[in-house]
Every structure is written in structure tokens, then in C-alpha cells.
Design a protein around this ligand. Structure first.
Ligand code: HEM
Length: 263
């Protein structure tokens, strides 16, 4: 199953142009959803205003080379390894899910645009597609069942669903139904494969159609905010925050307390 391109089998019953149109529609939904979100929250306007304001209190003018170095370091650490999440399970789960999703999306586009009209895909591409979906499931379900703040610290049951869960649930539905569809299609379980295909399509429509309401756009905002934060630290403006205290970092014994888990 892992080395079989599920889209080429589908292309036997659906025109390839329809699959390609679906992918383009999903990209348009991301652009529209993120654009509307930015208009509604005015977060990008705030972000640039704040950056302009901070620039005025910069202590040094960064050269182009220094700026590039700060940006490259941010990409390699803050963005590529989501260092904001510290060391631990939360970061590992996020990195698993993030790279899984990126692999799943990139190989979906390659398989649909290059290898769905009779050209057989080299087996490593469908393998990466399946591995990407599995990684998304591992990271996502780990986060959903054990790491979500309202489950791990606020003692809510894992099955309590709120609007903020739209993104992670739709993402998990896409990866899970994608895998189930591929498996049942290869195993020639036609009724089940048809059912999982419909669920796969619906979950993609919810994931990409729900960008405006979900946390989807954090994958664009977070990198921008990390770059601005690190540039502001390098030029000394510190986003207009006060300088660090000239005193040892003593937080008292409270910092060593247990995680809140006594319910
Ligand atoms: C394809 C790219 C990405 C995917 C698929 C992804 C996926 C996710 C998911 C599923 C969540 C959980 C959402 C929730 O709270 O319900 C999440 C949270 C988060 N993401 Fe991402 N993300 C991506 C990119 C990024 C990037 C580039 C950054 C930072 C530079 C980032 C930082 C975060 C942070 C800080 C959280 C909160 C985590 C927590 O509460 O444990 N993400 N992401």
C-alpha cells in the first residue's frame, strides 16, 4: 500500500483535471481565509505599526548582512524546530505534525499534478505521502489526547470540543481518512474506500474552508512574529519592552512547583 499512488487509482474514475482543480481551490481558500482573517483582526496592520514604532527606539542600525544572519537563524531555530515550545513533548509532537503535514501536502501536489495521468510515480513519493500522513497522526493525536492545555492542565476530558479545536481536528481527519482511503482502495474494499474518499474530501474542505475560523494561519503569523522579535532584540529596540533587569534571575521556589494535575 505504502508505495502505491492513491490518486492515480482515483484518476481512473475521475478526470485528472478535477483533482488538480480541487488542489487549486484549496490554495485559493487558504489565501481568501487568511486575507479575511487579517482584515478582521487587523493583526498585520498592528504588527507593522508596532515594528515601525520599535524601529525608532533601535539602539543600532542593523546592516543587511546582520539582518540576513538574524533571519536565517530564526528560520533554522524558531521556525524549523518551533523552539518557542521549549524542550519536551510539546515541541516533539508539534515538529512531528508540522513536518508530517508539509510532506503530505507537497507529495499530494506532486502526485496529483505529475503522476496521476498514467505516468507511474517513483515508489518513494507515495511512501513519503503515507509517512507524512502517519507523522501528522502521531503528532496530532499525541497533542489531542495528552498535551492540549485544557486536557493536560485543566482536567477537561479529551472529547470536549471547542471552536479552537477546528484546525487540529480537521488536520487529523484529513490525515486519518487519507490513510484509510488509501488502505481500503489498495485492499479493493470498494464501498469502504468510497466512504473514506468522501470523508477525505469533506475534511479537506473543512480544513481549508475553515481557515478564517481556525488556527490554520498561525503557520504564517508565527514565523513573521519570530523574525520581528529577533530583529528587535538584535537592534536593541526590544519591541519597546523594558530592558532585562540587572539582577540574578531568581523566581523563588514557585518555579519548581509541580504541574497543576490534582483534580
Ligand atoms: C505546516 C505547518 C504547521 C502545522 C501543520 C502546524 C500544526 C499545529 C497544530 C495542529 C497545532 C495545535 C493547534 C491547537 O492549539 O489546537 C499547532 C500549535 C502551535 N503551533 Fe503550529 N503548525 C505549523 C507551523 C508552525 C510554525 C511555523 C510555528 C512557529 C514558528 C508554529 C508554532 C505553534 C505553536 C507555538 C503552537 C501552540 C502549541 C501548544 O499549545 O502546544 N506552528 N500547530
Amino acid at each position: 500500500m505504502l508505495s502505491i499512488n492513491p490518486f492515480s487509482q482515483l484518476a481512473a474514475s475521475i478526470p485528472v483535471s478535477f483533482l488538480q482543480f480541487f488542489v487549486i481551490l484549496m490554495v485559493l481558500l487558504i489565501i481568501i481565509g487568511t486575507g479575511l482573517d487579517m482584515l478582521h483582526k487587523k493583526n498585520v496592520v498592528y504588527f507593522f505599526r508596532n515594528a515601525q514604532k520599535a524601529k525608532k527606539s533601535a539602539k543600532t542600525e542593523l546592516s543587511a548582512g546582520k539582518k540576513t544572519a538574524v533571519i536565517l537563524k530564526t528560520v533554522a531555530s524558531d521556525i524549523a524546530t518551533t523552539s518557542e515550545l521549549g524542550f519536551g513533548k510539546r515541541r516533539l509532537a508539534h515538529v512531528l505534525g508540522m513536518y508530517g503535514t508539509i510532506l503530505f501536502w507537497i507529495t499530494s501536489v506532486i502526485l496529483i499534478f505529475k503522476y496521476s495521468d498514467g505516468v507511474v510515480a517513483p515508489s518513494y513519493i507515495p511512501i513519503i505521502w503515507h509517512v507524512g500522513a502517519i507523522m501528522t497522526c502521531l503528532g496530532g493525536y499525541w497533542f489531542w489526547f495528552f498535551l492540549r492545555v485544557d486536557v493536560s492542565a485543566e482536567a477537561h476530558p479529551w472529547y470536549r470540543i471547542i471552536t479552537a479545536d477546528l484546525f487540529v481536528l480537521a488536520l487529523l481527519a484529513c490525515a486519518t481518512f487519507g490513510l484509510a482511503w488509501s488502505f481500503t482502495q489498495t485492499a479493493e474494499m470498494s464501498v469502504l474506500s468510497y466512504l473514506f474518499l468522501i470523508l477525505f474530501i469533506i475534511s479537506n474542505l473543512v480544513l481549508f474552508g475553515g481557515v478564517y475560523w481556525s488556527k490554520f494561519a498561525h503557520m504564517f503569523y508565527k514565523p513573521g512574529a519570530a523574525i520581528q522579535k529577533n530583529l528587535a532584540e538584535a537592534d536593541g529596540s526590544r519591541d519597546n519592552l523594558p530592558p532585562p533587569a540587572d539582577a540574578p534571575e531568581q523566581f523563588g521556589l514557585g518555579i519548581k512547583r509541580e504541574q497543576p494535575k490534582h483534580y
